[in-house]
Design a protein around this ligand. Structure first.
Ligand code: NOJ
Length: 580
C-alpha cells in the first residue's frame, strides 16, 4: 500500500530524514556487538499462561494441564514461541501455587507428571518453549523442609529458614506484604521462636545463606531442565538475600520496603553460583521478578559478562496505572529511560500486565464498548514493537477486561482478603478499599479465559473457582476466530510482523514528538531497516509530529484496518510503517 496517498496529512511536518538503503535482510545479520547479539530468548514473544484459569479438562472448576494440552493448537496459532507457566507444583494453594510443598511434583488439581510430560512434548513439537516459575524466596509451611525445621531448634533443617528464638525478645519489625497484621515474624510455640515470612504466614522465607539450601534449589532446577524445560522465571528473587543480623530499620521503612528488602548481601554471589552450577550448563532462559532499586542493580543482574541472569523486570511502568488515568508523558519517559540505560548492555523485559495485575485494557486502555477493541489492539502494538522481550498475558489477546466485583465474597486473592480483614480490625475505610480493588485487584486478571459463549465461557463444565466475567457472551475466542478484524487476529498479525522484522527486536529505539502528551511515536532501526510506530493513547483524535518522510513507506499494520485520509491519528489508533 502506498502510505503517501492515505496518510500524507499526518506526517507533512517533516524535515525529510535520509536513511541509507540496504539490501540486507534481517535474517542475514549474524552476531552483533553488545546487546544485539542474537539469542532465541531475545527474539521470543513470551505468553504468560495462568494455568488455574486457562482451561479445565476434568470439570472440577480449576484449569489443568490436560486443559492446556487441548489448547496447544490455539497457542501455536498465536505465533508466540515461549510460554511462561505460573507454578504448577504441589501446593496447598494459600497463594495459588506460590507456596510450594513439593518442588518435584505436580499440583493434584492440575494433573500428573505424565500430563506434564505430554504438555512439554506437545509444546516442543509446535516450536514453543516452556519457562517455569521458580519460587525459592519462600516455600510452603507444608513443605517437608519446614515441617522438619520447625520441629526443634536442633533439627538439621533448622537453618533452611530464618528463625529468631523468643529468648532474645521480639525480633526487629519486618513488614509482610500479605499478612493480616502486616507483621513478617510469626511466633511458633513448637520451638518457642519466630520465623520470617515476607509474604503470607504459610510462605516462610528460605535461608539462602545456607549452602545446603542453595544446593537443594540447584538440584530442583536441574531436575526440571533435565526434563527438557527451557528456563525459569525467578519469583521475588530480589528478596532472597537478607542481612541475617536483622538490624532495626527506621520507622516507616515499609513505605519504601523494596529499598530495604531488595538486593541484599551476596545476592550476586548466589546468582553467579547458580549460573555456574546450573544455567550455564543448559540453553536456558532466566528472568528475575524485580530489578532492584537502580539501573546499576538491574545491570548487575542481567549484563551478559556477569554470568547471572538474562533479564529482569521492573515495575516502574506497570505501577503507573491508577483509577483516574495516568500520564502518557510519564509512560514514555519511563520506557525511554529504561531503553537508553540498556542500549548497549543487558536486555529488557517489556510488559504492562501479568497475573499480579488487573486487566491491561482496563488499566492502560479503555474498556468501554466503544473503545475496548481498538485500545486493546493499540496496547498490543506497543508491547510488540519495543526493544526487549515482550511478556504478554493470556486473555489480553482477546481484550479481556476487569470483572469489577462489588462483594468481598467474590474475591479469591489471599492478600486482598487479608487486607480486608486488617481494615475491619483497625477501623479502616472499607468502601474506599472496595473501590480500589475493583480497579486494581489481581483477581481481575485471573477470571477464567473466555473461550466461547457457552456456559462458563467454555472454561469448565463444573463450578469455576472464581467467577467468569459476564461479558464472555460477546468477548470470547470463538467469536474472535471468525472475525478478521478481532483483537485475536490482530495479535496474530503483530507476532508475525515481529518475527519478520528483527528491527523490532534489536533495533535502536528513538522517541519522536517527545512532549506530545497524548501520543507515543518512535522508530526502531537496525541493519538498514527503519520502522515507525505511531500510537494514540487517547479517546480523541491526536496530531503527531513525527518529522519523517513516509512517502516510500510500507504500511505493516493499522489497528483500524486501513489508514486515515485525515491528518490526525484516530482515537487509540496504532500504525506500524516500514520506512526502509
Ligand atoms: C510474586 C508472584 O508473582 C505473586 O503472584 C506471588 O503472590 C508472590 N510473588 C509471592 O510468591
Amino acid at each position: 500500500m502506498n502510505v503517501q496517498k492515505l496518510f500524507l496529512g499526518l506526517l507533512v511536518f517533516v524535515a525529510f530524514v535520509l536513511y541509507s538503503c540496504s539490501n540486507n535482510t534481517d535474517q542475514k545479520s549474524a552476531a552483533q556487538p553488545g546487546n544485539s547479539e542474537r539469542k532465541w530468548w531475545k527474539e521470543a514473544v513470551v505468553y504468560q499462561l495462568y494455568p488455574r484459569s486457562f482451561k479445565d479438562a476434568d470439570g472440577d472448576g480449576i484449569g489443568d494441564l490436560k486443559g492446556i494440552i487441548s489448547k496447544l493448537d490455539y497457542l501455536k496459532s498465536l505465533g508466540i514461541n515461549v510460554i511462561w507457566l505460573n507454578p504448577i507444583y504441589q501446593s496447598p494453594n494459600d497463594d495459588n501455587g506460590y507456596d510450594i510443598s513439593d518442588y518435584r511434583n505436580i499440583m493434584k488439581e492440575f494433573g500428573t507428571m505424565a500430563d506434564f510430560d505430554s504438555l512439554l512434548k506437545g509444546m516442543h513439537e509446535r516450536g514453543i518453549k516452556l519457562v517455569m516459575d521458580l519460587v525459592v524466596n519462600h516455600s510452603s509451611d507444608e513443605h517437608e523442609w519446614f515441617k522438619q525445621s520447625r520441629s526443634s531448634r536442633n533439627n538439621p533443617y533448622r537453618d533452611y529458614y530464618h528463625w529468631w528464638n523468643a529468648d532474645r525478645g521480639k525480633p526487629p519489625y519486618r513488614y509482610s506484604l500479605f499478612d493480616i497484621n502486616h507483621d513478617a515474624w510469626r511466633y511458633d510455640s513448637l520451638s518457642d521462636a519466630y520465623y520470617l515470612h515476607y509474604f503470607s504466614r504459610k510462605q516462610p522465607d528460605l535461608n539462602w545463606e545456607n549452602p545446603k539450601l542453595r544446593n537443594e534449589v540447584y538440584d530442583i532446577m536441574k531436575f526440571w531442565l533435565d526434563k527438557g524445560i527451557d528456563g525459569f522465571r525467578l519469583d521475588a528473587f530480589q528478596f532472597v538475600a537478607k542481612d541475617t543480623t536483622f538490624p532495626v530499620w527506621p520507622q516507616g521503612f515499609e513505605k519504601n520496603f523494596i529499598k530495604y528488602y531488595a538486593m541484599g548481601p551476596h545476592i550476586h554471589d548466589y546468582l553467579q553460583e547458580m549460573n555456574k552450577q546450573v544455567l550455564s550448563k543448559y540453553d536456558a532462559m532466566s528472568v528475575a521478578e524485580g530489578a532492584g532499586n537502580s539501573f546499576e542493580d538491574a545491570h548487575d543482574l542481567v549484563d551478559a559478562d556477569r554470568n547471572e541472569l538474562n533479564m529482569a523486570y521492573a515495575f516502574d511502568a506497570v505501577d503507573l496505572a491508577k483509577p483516574g488515568g495516568y500520564s502518557v508523558l510519564k509512560l514514555k519517559e519511563i520506557f525511554s529511560r529504561w531503553d537508553s540505560a540498556f542500549a548497549e548492555k543487558g536486555w529488557l523485559s517489556i510488559f504492562l500486565a501479568n497475573h499480579d495485575q488487573a486487566r491491561l485494557v482496563t488499566r492502560f486502555g479503555n474498556d468501554s464498548d466503544s473503545f475496548r477493541t481498538i485500545s486493546s489492539k493499540m496496547l498490543s502494538t506497543f508491547l510488540l514493537t519495543m526493544r526487549g522481550t515482550p511478556y504478554y498475558y493470556n486473555g489480553d489477546e482477546l481484550g479481556m477486561t476487569n470483572i469489577r466485583f462489588d462483594k468481598i465474597e467474590d474475591y479469591r486473592d489471599m492478600p486482598t482478603l487479608n487486607e480486608y480483614k486488617h481494615l475491619q480490625q483497625t477501623g479502616g475505610d472499607i468502601p474506599a478499599f472496595m473501590k480500589t480493588i475493583s480497579f486494581s485487584c489481581r483477581d481481575n486478571g485471573r477470571t477464567p479465559f473466555q473461550w466461547d459463549n457457552t456456559t462458563n465461557a467454555g472454561f469448565t463444565t463444573g463450578t469455576p473457582w472464581i467467577k467468569v466475567n459476564p461479558n464472555y457472551t460477546t468477548i470470547n475466542a470463538a467469536a474472535q476466530e471468525k472475525d478478521s478484524s478481532s483483537c485475536l487476529n490482530y495479535f496474530r498479525k503483530l507476532t508475525q510482523i515481529r518475527r519478520d522484522n528483527l528491527a523490532l527486536v534489536y533495533g535502536k529505539y528513538t522517541l519522536l514528538d517527545k512532549d506530545n502528551p497524548d501520543a507515543y511515536a518512535y522508530t526502531r532501526e537496525w541493519n538498514g531497516k527503519k520502522i515507525l510506530v505511531l500510537l494514540n493513547f487517547r479517546s480523541k483524535p491526536v496530531t503527531v509530529s513525527a518529522g519523517l518522510d513516509v512517502s516510500k513507506g510500507k504500511l505493516l499494520v493499522d489497528n483500524y484496518g486501513g489508514l486515515n485520509s485525515g491528518s490526525q491519528l484516530r482515537p487509540y489508533e496504532a500504525v506500524i510503517i516500514a520506512l526502509q
